[in-house]
Design a protein around this ligand. Structure first.
Ligand code: SF4
Ligand code: SF4
Length: 714
């Protein structure tokens, strides 16, 4: 896994009165244990990966409490785990990245929300929205509304986050409804402290077993005819109970301000940005005390009409901060105001933005407009001059770059094993022409950027092969689907491979077998060499057969299967060519094998450091470019894109173009040499072995080589 959480695991054991310091997402983890949770599951993904990663690494501590931790193979499996809370008074929490994970989990969530729950069920979703996001820009809010699950959006402040987790379970139990908690990127990574409580061992747990299963009760199955009653219960019983709890437990926060004539309603997750913008206008102090009253919604669904009308009554205007579209809260608040016959003017999307992240800058711009209209006596000069300054800076930056600041897309790591496969695909395309490429979610999606620019579609995690199904029937050339091993186990095995076999599809699938779900933090999959899950599976197997992608594909009936070593570019090119031109008209799978370089470096760097410390012989390979032979056409760069293969000015005054250059960051993966050979490029690349603590034989060889070179030079 990406990193060790030894320190964080220690803070999970803090006792009553001790102070926790750290990130928001880890505060959530501690709060779960303080809440007496019986089971935790999830599927990794930014920005909530650490929640599950810490729990998985803290298995011993969880065992001592009797808490079961499950690293689920996808979000649907995680959501289905919550079924334990339907009939038993056990608290459970699951986590994943939203919106993509919530899409995958949607079926199980609908079937969970319909009967409702007895034990508290909390779904912690990483709301990956806005400028730092890596997925589709949609809101989890829609899922909460359609399935009638409650949605919390806590203020980015550790005591508030912890209280929301604890109260979230109570809210779930008081209203028999699963509760979702959306944590934005900034909320997950905000740092702070809170006073801890003792962890609570759950009453029913791995250490206190439930002796008998719950009695059969058809009313708790999401199946007709009881689903008709469930729908009524949602609106007649559960929602009123939730609203009562939200008010009684004071889950939403009212911050009074000196100005009674205007007010701001804000989604909890945006509170810090609002305060920052108010500070720019001199309307909030360093402690966040605002002159304008604020109603902070830590629960954004359901809304409590009485709470909102009480806040808006008597105010000339209210500004609503609701990030993203559609404007669910604004529409409902407008309805609430009309029904209460309040004349307070409501502003939101008209002064802010319909789509995109509500940064402090964007909120400041909205506040300036709002105050100019409803509180013109409040000076907004400081805000206006800051906005003018920011606009000026942007203009100057654009001018400096000749129109616009160039984008800086992400790239494969130095020495990534996936890069050579795309270099080989480029070479094949030169021979047989371009083909439709279905891309997928994972590190390999970096190939959609320069220098490869590959991909005609991305339809979801593990969905690439399934998305080739329509295309292959009208394409002259076979389409190719790219998938990672993470995507393969998450979804691709069923939705892609089995579906293609069922339909006798004539497709090519390339599976990047790097050993981990690398893009989410190098978590293990069942085929990770030496992984715990694989050891368990191997132990359970009577034959001792390994759980590998190849064995799984063979077992499913894949007949055309090749495994290639990624860095052997010519072999990969030949295998790809064979797949595209073969007479075999079934599914052709190429397993491209090469360990994630990031994880490899994490594994070997400490080993190398220890060997150096002990004075042992260590060999490091690196590549370089002979400046004299480099023609400066940069074909190698166009076939690689490695960040350490770059350009530098030539020291030869007759060469005006910059020459290729390998920086010291080269990890010696070998792609440079392989690609030069496979694409018949110029012979400029050299390979060197840097030997630390050389042996006597190394020294002797070196002396002999130098003598021969000297002789030849003479
Ligand atoms: S994390 Fe691993 S698989 Fe992903 S780009 Fe880096 S080296 Fe490649
Ligand atoms: S050999 Fe080439 S591709 Fe590999 S790390 Fe070095 S510069 Fe990058």
């Amino acid at each position: 896994m990406e990193r060790s959480f030894r320190e964080e695991i220690r803070s999970l054991g803090l006792a009553d009165g001790e102070v926790f310091h750290g990130e928001g997402i880890l505060a959530v983890t501690k709060a779960l244990l303080q809440s007496g949770v019986s089971y935790v599951g999830g599927y990794q993904g930014a920005p909530v990966s650490h929640l599950l990663d810490v729990m998985v690494q803290a298995r011993d501590e969880m065992d001592a409490l009797g808490v079961h931790v499950e690293a689920c193979t996808n979000e649907a499996a995680a959501a289905a785990m919550l079924g334990a809370s339907i009939m038993y008074p056990v608290r459970g929490a699951v986590t994943w990245k939203s919106i993509v994970g919530t899409n995958v989990a949607a079926d199980a969530l609908s079937n969970l929300a319909s009967p409702g729950v007895k034990g508290g069920a909390l779904i912690v979703v990483g709301e990956d929205y806005g400028e730092g996001a890596s997925v589709i820009q949609e809101r989890t809010h829609a899922f909460a509304m359609k399935s009638s699950m409650w949605l919390m959006d806590p203020r980015p402040d550790l005591p508030t986050i912890v209280r929301c987790v604890e109260k979230g379970f109570e809210l779930s139990e008081a209203s028999n409804t699963p509760v979702m908690m959306e944590l934005r990127i900034r909320t997950c990574h905000v740092r702070g402290s809170f006073v801890a409580k003792d962890n609570r061992s759950p009453a029913i747990s791995t250490r206190n077993l439930q002796q008998d299963p719950a009695p059969f009760d058809y009313a708790n199955l999401s199946h007709p005819p009881v689903t008709f009653r469930h729908e009524k219960l949602k609106y007649e019983v559960r929602m009123p109970a939730a609203r009562k709890f939200i008010v009684d437990a004071e889950l939403n926060e009212l911050f009074q301000g000196a100005r009674g004539d205007v007010g701001i309603v804000v989604q909890g997750g945006l509170y810090n940005n609002l305060i920052r913008a108010l500070q720019q206008l001199g309307l909030a102090d360093a402690y966040g005390r605002s002159q304008i009253p604020i109603l902070n919604l830590n629960v954004v669904y359901p809304l409590v009409a009485e709470q909102l009308t009480a806040f808006c009554a008597g105010k000339r205007g209210v500004l609503l901060l609701e990030e993203g579209q559609p404007d669910f809260i604004e529409q409902e608040l407008n309805t609430i105001l009309r029904r209460a016959d309040l004349q307070t003017r409501l502003h939101g999307k008209d002064m802010l933005a319909m789509a995109g992240e509500y940064t402090a800058e964007l909120v400041l711009r909205g506040l300036v407009k709002f105050l100019a209209l409803h509180a013109p006596d409040i000076p907004v000069k400081s805000g206006e001059s800051l906005i003018a300054e920011v606009d000026g800076l942007r203009e100057r930056a654009a001018e400096a770059f000749g129109g616009a600041v160039p984008p800086r897309p992400p790239n494969f790591c130095t020495g990534c094993p996936e890069r050579p496969v795309f270099a080989a695909l480029k070479l094949v395309q030169r021979e047989i022409g371009p083909m439709h490429i279905s891309t997928d979610i994972g590190c390999h999606s970096f190939a959609t950027f320069e220098p490869f620019s590959f991909g005609n579609s991305i339809l979801g995690y593990g969905m690439s092969l399934a998305s080739s199904a329509g295309v292959r029937n009208f394409s002259a050339r076979r389409p190719v689907a790219i998938m990672g091993d993470g995507g393969f186990w998450h979804n691709g095995l069923l939705s892609g491979v089995s579906s293609t076999l069922l339909n006798k599809g004539d497709s090519v699938l390339v599976i990047m077998k790097n050993g981990y779900t690398s893009a989410t933090g190098t978590q293990e999959v069942i085929s990770t060499p030496g992984s715990e899950s694989r050891r368990v599976a191997e132990g359970a197997s009577a034959t001792g057969d390994e759980v590998t992608i190849e064995n799984t594909l063979k077992g499913l009936g894949v007949k055309w299967l090749r495994t290639v070593h990624n860095y052997k570019v010519a072999d990969v090119r030949d295998t790809l060519r064979e797949a595209f031109t073969s007479n075999y008209d079934g599914l052709k799978v190429i397993v491209a094998e090469g360990e994630c370089q990031l994880e490899r470096q994490r594994r070997i760097k400490p080993l190398r450091a220890r060997m150096l410390k002990e004075g042992r012989r260590v060999v490091r390979t690196r590549f370089g470019v002979d400046e004299d032979t480099c023609t400066g056409d940069h074909s190698c760069i166009r076939l690689s894109g490695c960040p350490t293969l770059t350009v530098k000015p030539s020291s030869d005054p007759l060469k005006t173009d910059p020459v290729a250059h390998v920086t010291d960051g080269c990890v010696g993966c070998g792609l440079c040499g392989e690609v030069a050979h496979a694409a018949t490029l110029c012979p400029s690349f050299w390979r060197a072995e840097i030997i630390s603590n050389p042996s006597g034989w190394d020294r002797l060889k070196e002396q002999m080589r130098r003598s021969v070179i000297r002789m030849l030079q003479r």
